[in-house]
Design a protein around this ligand. Sequence first.
Ligand SMILES: [Cu+2]
Length: 155
Amino acid sequence: MKPFLTALAFAALAVPSLAAAASPAVKVTDAWCRAAPKGALAGGCYLTLTAGADDRLVAVETPAAGRAEIHTMSMDGGVMRMRKLADGVALAAGRPVALKPGAEHLMLIGPTIALAPGAKVALTLRFQSAQPITLSVPVRTASMPSMGGMSMEHH
Ligand SMILES: [Cu+2]
């Protein structure tokens, strides 16, 4: 074990630029899924992504729903509409991208687990360049329901 670790440490020190160019990791923070009533047809998950290099979130997979999609939300004549982002979400190097209520989000279509507070949703995020990331995302209630186009976030 020790020689292996030493070799790894040496390699990391010796070729930092090469290691970074190969497949920089994407950092995930503030991941949560919104609690939904029993029998809900869909549920939203939110998180913040910070890519080490220009990249793109291209897909999300989960065993907790029929399928998962990357969605965006926008106002259309006073009505909030969601649509699937076929090309995913662009991630600029070092710039946090927040997927949040009222904007880009991950949508669980046909949840197969109860989206109750305290439950965990396994999500696998797939990127154009970076390695996939699998997360266990906690379910919680939103601080307030979203109302129309107004932002009702607590501070
Ligand atoms: Cu959606």
